[in-house]
Design a protein around this ligand. Sequence first.
Ligand code: GA4
Length: 330
Amino acid sequence: MVVLSQPVALDNHISVIPTYKPVLTSQPIPVVDLTDPEAKTLIVKACEEFGFLKVVNHGVQRGLMARLEKETIGFFALPQSLKSQAGPPEPYGYGSKRIGPNGDVGWIEYILLNANPQLSSPKTSTIFCQTPQNFREAVVEYMHELKEVSCKVLEMVAEGLGIEPRDTLSKMVRDEKSDSCLRLNHYPTAEEKEENMVKVGFGEHTDPQIISVLRSNDTAGLQICMKDGSWVAVPPDHSSFFINVGDALQVMTNGRFKSVKHRVLADTRRSRVSMIYFGGPPLSEKIAPLSCLVPKQEDWLYKEFTWSQYKSSAYKSKLGDYRLGVFEKQ
Ligand code: GA4
């Protein structure tokens, strides 16, 4: 367990951080051992039922996970003036409280980095080059490993769904032009103001990409939304990864997998750090239901779009919006 002791660096003048009275149900989160011969079937089942699962025996060294966590804590402990030089996020860079360009806020500071140096703007590259060397090295190594985890899971999904070839999904993330990114979040502790009210760290949303792979320290906060609309708290586990189905995978499976709505509520005693790898396709990739799953176009629930079109539309939306609506067929 890591307790961050640095003073809270978030500016306090945004007084509109939403608070929430959590109403939770309990439900076990599916756990899949990636070395289990049945893993592909279990992953598909979890993606259909929850759009979410935890994976163990994923092959990433604990040492690397711990190193990135330590470097991330070190980064957020830098003086505010230094961190602010790496912002504002457009969308890459350092951000505090403001999430996205359309007025969403949360009890959070973060840095968002593009995993593909070719897609980084000169500003983002400069920002990254100015971060501490140990931090940079841990980030680069972690992104490499997480791309492998994402691709491994996507290949199991393809096998489990009978999609051929088995790299149909993973090759989009492995592509040298893949638009994948890494988000490092720091949720400072939040004092309880009113009884049972907690601050929202990151409001409810779905992830736009194909797959997200999340790891956090041992502080709680992540919650996922069930099909019936109830919320379930995900117990933290710093040695495992949590997989989210993203909007693009929902489309490619024609809605068989649902991108999971999730949120993070701030803990009142401990700060939380999380690192999420978002596996995305190249900007020019056409996203549509896979014809091997849904051969007849009249059965497609979504229109075809490019990842670039989806991203532009996503960046015009608010965090909690249902972004796939405009791409649904009538
Ligand atoms: C949610 C998932 C990822 O964190 C993210 C977020 C992005 C951002 O913070 O820049 C978005 C959000 C996320 C969805 C809608 C748009 C874009 C903020 C926002 C309001 C990096 C992503 O890809 O989409």
